[in-house]
Design a protein around this ligand. Structure first.
Ligand SMILES: [Cu+2]
Length: 148
């Protein structure tokens, strides 16, 4: 086993791949307080020169984070869990309502609008990228006022 590891290691000694995932505009949807789960959205940009694979996420307010995709099947909106998300160098992916999102499961308590939540994504490379997500009721920051 030791010989095998030694044989593989020098392979990594060449040009260091530059892995750089940028997280932007992260927000968490505030739902009624008794809901056990909610969702988080953000923009992912691969600023590096190698592909980036996201394999999981974590937040301090929920037991579990899953990567979900919403799609319409026979006129019904359904959520499907994804194994992960991959971004090619330069690629940008929007996680937004009605599409791909992060599902925050088994919340300790529902976050309130105005809260800030630390959100991290774990990468297949072993790295981790973190950001701060704002808590809001809806996608548009300038659309906070509900009509009566
Ligand atoms: Cu979901």
């Amino acid at each position: 086993m030791a010989a095998l590891v030694a044989a593989i290691l020098p392979f990594a000694a060449g040009a260091q791949p530059n892995e750089a995932l940028e997280l932007k505009n992260a927000w968490v949807r505030a739902l009624p307080p008794l809901q056990p789960n909610t969702s988080a959205y953000l923009t992912l940009i691969n600023r590096g020169d190698v592909p980036v694979a996201i394999i999981s996420g974590s937040v301090d307010v929920a037991e579990k984070v899953e990567i979900h995709r919403t799609s319409e099947v026979d006129g019904l909106m359904r959520m499907e869990q994804l194994e992960g998300l991959s971004l090619a160098p330069g690629e940008q992916v929007e996680l937004a309502p009605g599409g791909t999102h992060l599902m925050l499961l088994e919340l300790a308590s529902m976050p309130a609008p105005g809260d800030e939540i630390g959100l991290c994504l774990q990468l297949a490379s072993g790295g981790e990228v973190c950001t701060v997500a704002d808590v809001r009721k809806s996608a548009a920051a300038n659309n906070q006022h509900q009509h009566h």
